[in-house]
Design a protein around this ligand. Structure first.
Ligand code: DAK
Length: 261
């Protein structure tokens, strides 16, 4: 019997030092069921452990990044099923990835799909992308970060509108509101996201990981603690071989060769 198709398609590009995970459940608009989330978490862990992967891209298809968590699966789940450690672990595994992650978003990016995109470090969106948190229409509410991350990204007024009324945001609106980093031509979403990932991957990998940590700290700490944290991770970056290489390479007028140490 033929093997079932993987729910996440994985690709590594050693020349650009990037790796891509594409959600692959097209008949369900990439709805995030337990199996897909498990495969995604495994793929991300393996990329994160690979020294040669310096930036990760997560994408979907032209039609949908992901239309949310799997509603059929949730319809039969008890509160305790939803609370199950494994379900939460898969989301936490994504949050724990230290390598920078670019979300490549085309089409529907709704509910848990939008939360997945927001868990990534930056979003590159096709002109066709549509963002929303329709959970309250199902009698539930966001459970993987939207009440916090969307509010930080776009402010209270718009976050309340999106979460309470089900308002959908176009790619341009999401860009203007600060949810999205770049909007690109409809057909170029994946190529452009990979190009941005390649640019990130060319920088000092230790510095990038520490910078990701420090920017994320801005969500959690008051300014004074955040500034202090930033200074401390900068000292740590200074202790890396990469910093010596990057600084010397500039002085010696040659491209740096980062080793990730
Ligand atoms: N789940 C399951 N199936 C889905 C789906 C979803 N979220 N979204 C779409 N599909 C399925 C449709 O049922 C349809 O299946 P068939 O009828 O062909 O069998 C197929 O995908 C194609 O969809 P449509 O025929 O509906 O396509 P349209 O172009 O007409 O409409 C649409 C596209 C995106 C507007 C529509 O499909 C839609 O409204 N989808 C549901 C969007 C939604 O409400 N999403 C939020 C789900 S709630 C948690 C973490 C996260 C969450 C919860 C807990 N924990 C850590 C505990 C997250 C919750 C959510 O995301």
């Amino acid at each position: 019997m033929a093997e079932p198709a993987p729910l996440v398609l994985v690709e590594r590009e050693p020349e650009r030092r990037i790796a891509t995970a594409l959600l692959n459940r097209p008949d369900r608009l990439n709805a995030l069921n337990a199996e897909l989330m498990g495969e995604l978490a495994d793929a991300l862990r393996s990329f994160d452990d690979d020294e040669d992967v310096r930036c990760i891209v997560i994408g979907g298809s032209d039609r949908a990044f992901a239309a949310g968590a799997d509603i059929g699966e949730m319809a039969t789940a008890s509160a305790m099923d939803m609370y199950a450690a494994k379900r939460i672990e898969r989301w936490d595994a994504i949050r724990a990835v230290r390598t920078p992650i670019v979300a490549a978003v085309s089409g529907y990016c709704l509910g848990g799909g939008c939360e997945l995109a927001m868990t990534c470090d930056l979003i590159v969106a096709s002109e066709s992308a549509v963002f929303g948190q329709p959970e309250t229409g199902l009698g539930i509410l966001p459970g993987a970060g939207a009440t916090q991350r969307l509010t930080h990204a776009v402010g209270k007024a718009l976050a309340m509108d999106v979460i309470l009324s089900g308002r959908l945001l176009s790619a341009r609106e999401a860009l203007d509101a600060g949810l999205v980093a770049r909007v690109v031509a409809r057909e170029a979403w994946l190529d452009e996201a990979k190009r941005v990932a390649g640019q990130i991957a060319a920088k000092g990998p230790v510095a990038n990981r520490l910078a990701k940590e420090a920017v994320n700290r801005a969500y959690e700490a008051p300014l004074s603690l955040g500034l202090d944290y930033e200074r401390r991770v900068l000292y740590l970056a200074f202790a890396s071989e990469d910093a010596k290489e990057g600084l010397s390479a500039f002085v010696e007028k040659r491209p740096p060769e980062f080793k990730g140490r």
